[in-house]
Design a protein around this ligand. Structure first.
Ligand SMILES: *Cc1c(COP(=O)(O)O)cnc(C)c1O
Length: 327
């Protein structure tokens, strides 16, 4: 264990919460596991590099320490969803290339260029505005990655727009299309028919780009589940998030791979009391013990992500044994 943090605070001793610990509930983040997971994924991706997805505060594990860990584990790139997330990494002194996964509003372009990240582009309006801003700044062209929508139907250029965006990019003096990518919708269900369809559509997109004289250095298509199951789609980078944190993105996709969970959520039991048979417990009095029992209170709640829906469903491990969350 390398880091413990409660929200974003850190302490050096992972066996106890960071000070002040008036409320003994904390997350233990094993950064060595994250670094080792990056190295394991790189062994799977023979010939490809690793783009580590550290959006959403490193999937809640702490973006800056996670970024340092994955870079130590061999990642070549980082990826984030927001300019703000990239700014946090740059402010911490991280100089690795960072891909912004979605187009921000046009009003954010000045910030985007300041933070030195590589934007993803897919709409004619954004490409035109970014090209103008980049040319106005002078200097070498700004690297961009074009995202093609091959079937996710969320963001990315739909096939009907490929002609327009490729035409714009091939004539944009302020931009250099250094990457081309897409994203699977159902890679967590190996054999889903959309996977082959998207894979074929991506190959068609790469060929279309070539027809416009665009030969990007970096092609990337695979998220974690595809990285584990679709070696034929690995291209230049695999773009992994969840597997880095040691969570299986599907049903048994890790197979024999030694990917290690990186997060443990720990709390002390703050109060223990006896409750007699039939005495209802907690909000709504929806649960009562069938026999006399002992109830322990764990000082965790909404702020930690414990929803009321876990009542009757969740479990905690106390003294090595699973106990139900009741009430
Ligand atoms: C979040 C995200 C990923 C990472 O997906 P995982 O399944 O967590 O590996 C990859 N690509 C894009 C575009 C994403 O938004």
């Amino acid at each position: 264990m390398s880091v413990t943090h409660l929200l974003s605070r850190r302490a050096d001793d992972p066996s106890s919460p960071p000070p002040p610990h008036h409320r003994p509930t904390w997350a233990q983040i094993d950064l060595d596991a994250i670094a080792a997971n990056a190295a394991t994924l790189l062994r799977v991706a023979t010939g490809s590099g690793l783009m580590a997805v550290v959006k959403a505060d490193g999937y809640g594990h702490g973006a800056v320490p996670v970024a340092r860990a994955v870079l130590r584990g061999g990642a070549a790139w980082l990826a984030v969803a927001l300019i703000e997330e990239a700014r946090e990494l740059r402010a911490a002194g991280i100089t690795a290339p960072i891909l912004l996964l979605t187009e921000p509003p046009v009003s954010a372009i000045a910030d985007l260029l300041d933070v030195r990240l590589t934007p993803t582009v897919y709409t004619p309006a954004f490409i035109t505005a970014l090209d103008a801003a980049a040319r106005a700044r002078g200097g070498p062209p700004t690297d961009v990655h074009l995202k093609l929508d091959t079937g996710m139907r969320r963001v990315g250029a739909p096939e009907g727009d490929w002609h327009d965006v490729l035409t714009l990019l091939s004539g944009a003096a302020g931009l250099r299309m250094s990457g081309l990518w897409s994203h699977f919708a159902c890679a967590d269900v190996p054999g889903h028919p959309s996977i082959d369809r998207q894979s074929r559509a991506f190959r068609a997109g790469v060929a279309a780009a070539r027809d416009y004289g665009l030969t990007p250095d970096l092609l990337h298509l695979c998220n974690s589940p595809a990285a584990l199951t679709r070696p034929q789609d690995h291209y230049d980078l695999i773009r992994c998030g969840i597997a880095l944190y040691g969570l299986d993105p599907g049903d048994g996709l890790f197979g024999a791979l030694p990917l290690r969970p990186a997060l443990r959520w720990v709390s002390r039991v703050s109060l223990v009391k006896r409750v007699a048979a039939g005495e209802a417990v907690s909000y709504g009095h929806r649960w009562a013990p069938p026999t006399d029992t002992t109830i322990g209170t764990v000082p965790a709640g909404y702020a930690d992500g414990v929803t009321r829906r876990l009542g009757g469903l969740g479990q905690v491990v106390v003294g090595g044994r699973r106990r139900p969350m009741v009430g």
